[in-house]
Design a protein around this ligand. Structure first.
Ligand SMILES: Cc1cc2nc3c(=O)[nH]c(=O)nc-3n(C[C@H](O)[C@H](O)[C@H](O)COP(=O)(O)OP(=O)(O)OC[C@H]3O[C@@H](n4cnc5c(N)ncnc54)[C@H](O)[C@@H]3O)c2cc1C
Length: 313
């Protein structure tokens, strides 16, 4: 019990960390507040329509991540985005499949929202909403950094300076994801469409991407950080009314149904100087995209780097 390593967050950083620790014989428990795996590698449904609502694809800038993609591709977990250049990868059949795959063979307690972490007799006492607390020797926090810091503050734990100040300075862009089911096919290009100005940042048709079944389009609309910040509390109807003039040339068919997902923490505005943080005295670590880099690749490598730091410590 006392040697247990607890990981908060089953996004790609937390899962890569947990897998590596477990492969090296550590007892690991992952606590995840939502019902799914993968965090921002997210899939949503409206009836039969399927949407990648968070990360749209990933790329590999480093040989380390390229090797991982090759392994996952060989196992059928990821595939190239059809119609896009081979450098864009997606999970199969949809983004949350990568989280599901990585969570295999790991103890992940889902619907376990951590509300505070505190020191108790040299261990970590982790308070979980509507569940008994968990005691662990070591702890890694992989939620977006402001959420991780809130857990530490709630538990009355003081981080050393300058680390506390450096982590406080890490902020994230918000994003609004409007998910549209159309009555027929769309005019969105097969490999998606990025906008450099205006309220919309990105459009992708999940049907043409091979994520959503049938012929009716399932379109993910990501709004720009500035627009999302200003209109964060608007409803899907209000947002659709404001955006229709911009997106209707690409839709091509009337909207049958829609839903909205609000991402309070979408992508980090800046990143920490280190790809992970490990405080040996406190047996406390931090990983995620605000440390390793603001993409899926950075988050995954941050989790791996933290595992290697812990194991080497
Ligand atoms: C709209 C959008 C579009 C994006 N597009 C791309 C893209 O095209 N390409 C790309 O590479 N990247 C993209 N990204 C970024 C990419 O998704 C992230 O960089 C990456 O997935 C972050 O992984 P992570 O493990 O660091 O964090 P997360 O995936 O956020 O994982 C953290 C986990 O912690 C859990 N958690 C939080 N608080 C608690 C708590 N109190 N108790 C228990 N669990 C908790 C969360 O539920 C979550 O599962 C996008 C992100 C968004 C939101």
């Amino acid at each position: 019990m006392q040697e247990r390593f607890a990981v908060v967050g089953a996004g790609i950083a937390g899962l890569m960390l947990a897998r590596e620790l477990r492969a090296r014989g550590r007892e690991v428990v992952v606590l995840e507040k939502s019902r799914g795996f993968g965090g921002r590698l997210a899939t949503k449904r409206i009836d039969a329509a399927v949407f990648d609502s968070g990360a749209q694809y990933f790329t590999a800038k480093t040989p380390r991540f390229a090797d991982l993609i090759e392994e996952w591709s060989g196992r059928g977990v990821v595939r190239p985005w059809p119609g896009a250049s081979g450098r864009r990868w997606i999970a199969h059949p949809s983004m949350n499949a990568l989280g599901k795959y990585l969570a295999q063979d790991i103890e992940v307690r889902r619907e376990s929202k951590v509300v505070s972490v505190q020191r108790e007799n040299g261990d970590w006492r982790i308070e979980i909403e509507n569940a008994a607390p968990l005691v662990a020797r070591s702890l890694a926090l992989t939620a977006p950094v402001p959420q991780s810091l809130a857990l530490i503050k709630a538990g009355g734990v003081a981080l050393p300076q300058p680390l506390q100040g450096e982590l406080n300075a890490l902020t994230y862009h918000p994003c609004l994801a409007l998910l549209l089911v159309l009555e027929g096919p769309s005019q969105v290009p097969a490999d998606g469409l990025a906008f450099s100005t205006g309220p919309v940042r990105w459009l992708a048709d999940n049907t043409r991407k091979g994520v959503s079944p049938g012929s009716a389009a399932a379109v993910t609309v990501h709004l720009s950080p500035a627009f999302a910040a200003e209109h964060y509390q608007q409803t899907e109807q209000e947002l659709a009314a404001a955006l229709l003039p911009v997106i209707s040339p690409y839709l091509g068919s009337p909207v049958a149904k829609m839903a909205l997902h609000r991402w309070r923490y979408s992508e980090p505005e800046s990143t920490h100087t280190q790809s992970c943080v490990w405080l040996e005295d406190l047996q406390l670590g931090f990983a995620g995209d605000a440390l390793g880099g603001p993409r899926v690749e950075g988050a995954a490598l941050s989790g791996l780097d933290l595992a290697q730091t812990v194991l080497g410590a």
